[in-house]
Design a protein around this ligand. Structure first.
Ligand SMILES: *Cc1c(COP(=O)(O)O)cnc(C)c1O
Length: 384
């Protein structure tokens, strides 16, 4: 594990102990035959792909899932040995690179199989899972007829190994369960129609894995809640164990000044001091994913909530301090400081979006500092 350095006063802290706890707690309630897939697409929802994958594996995950072949290859390059499933669509000509890197692909079109086999060799088959569309309306076979065609095309050719079948729920995070039930029934029906049922059958995302044992089959795909975040607010009170958030965002004051009544702050000179005020500048801005729409958000300094003032710039943001504080004072944008806490959900509410989007949008410019047993174990600077 290399410790890279960084030079800016802004970083994300990733608490690997919390990720371990979130995974282990699910593992403890799953029957032993259920494979836990750790979903680490999009750089582990912004948390750091290999670090999260390794932590999840040590806590009981045995399969890794990503969205793209590129993400799977990145994990192989970083030394990951566990099986990896690509959940999204891939191109048939890239089945070879998947086979070479022991990457499992998602398939759902007979034409794809027919094309991919031209690139493959029987000595190096590619593992595939068939995606079934039971109501998400995204990718997947929809009918028994399509499923049979894809299954036979795969089984006819030893360039392919049919390992799994899965579907994805559109509403497992909602209190209203009718649509979820319909999807589950359809999935059961389609899975029954396999000529030979594949060894791994899975349909649960975090929401279903945490709420519905009837949806385990023999695999669950654990994404958002591995990071300590509830799939939605409405099911938070139903979760079987309290999740622990893993993502914190921190910075420091790089400049502190007093301004007089009538003085302005930021582009457009939109903020005007009403009295003598202490203004602090922090080195984070919209290019880091701390976007301009967060203008109304508070941050934590000296254990207190303080407002952002003026427009957020590309690389810097100004805040109103409660009093004079020295340059170098810690500022928390997401996470705990003293008795105060700003959750990812609070930021999501401010942005009128979901918690998933918040950690995903934190850019490569923010170094990730990994904490394990209370100590820094690794630093990744996306710029160097
Ligand atoms: C992203 C994704 C998941 C993980 O969903 P969470 O709600 O984050 O647990 C599972 N399955 C598929 C197909 C996905 O694309």
């Amino acid at each position: 594990m290399g410790v890279q350095s960084f030079y800016r006063d802004t970083w994300a802290e990733i608490n690997l102990d919390n990720i371990y706890y979130n995974v282990e707690s699910l593992k403890n309630i799953l029957p032993g035959n259920v494979t836990l897939f750790a979903v680490v697409k999009a750089n582990a929802y912004g948390h750091g792909d290999i670090q999260v994958a390794r932590t999840a594996v040590s806590a009981g995950a045995s399969y890794i899932a990503v969205a793209l072949i590129d993400e799977a290859i990145a994990l192989r390059k970083k030394g990951l040995k566990e099986p990896i499933l690509v959940l999204g669509a891939s191109k048939p000509e890239n089945a070879v690179i998947a086979a070479e890197n022991d990457i499992t692909l998602t398939v759902f079109q007979k034409e794809w199989i027919d094309k991919a086999k031209k690139f493959l060799q029987e000595s190096k088959p590619v593992k595939v899972h068939i995606k079934i569309d039971t109501g998400m309306g995204r990718i997947g076979v929809k009918t028994k007829q399509e499923l049979k065609e894809v299954e036979s095309a795969i089984r006819e050719n030893s360039c392919f190994y049919l390992e799994g079948a899965f579907t994805h729920f559109a509403t497992a995070d909602q209190l209203e369960i009718t649509y979820y039930k319909e999807q589950l029934a359809l999935f059961n029906d389609l899975v029954e129609s396999f000529e030979k049922r594949p060894e791994l059958v899975h349909c649960s995302n975090s929401a279903a894995a945490l709420r519905y044992p009837e949806s385990y089959f023999n695999g669950v795909r654990f994404g958002i809640s591995m990071y300590g975040l509830s799939p939605s607010k409405e099911i938070e009170s139903e979760l079987p164990y309290p999740l622990k958030e893993a993502f914190s965002l921190r910075t420091k004051l790089v400049h502190v000044k007093q301004i007089q009544p009538g003085e302005k702050v930021g582009y457009g000179a939109t903020y005007e001091a009403q009295a003598q005020e202490w203004i602090g500048t922090v080195p984070i801005g919209y290019a880091d994913g701390w976007i301009r729409k967060l203008r109304g958000q508070e941050v934590l300094v000296d254990g207190k909530r303080v407002p952002i003032v003026g427009r957020i710039c590309m690389d810097q943001t100004m805040i109103k301090l409660p009093n004079y504080l020295p340059v170098g004072t810690d500022v928390t944008l997401i996470g705990r400081q003293g008795d105060e806490f700003i959750s990812v959900n609070e930021i999501a509410d401010e942005l009128e979006t979901i918690n998933y989007e918040v950690t995903c949008m934190m850019s490569y410019r923010i170094p990730r500092v990994f904490i394990q047993n209370g100590k820094i174990v690794e630093v990744v600077n996306g710029l160097l």
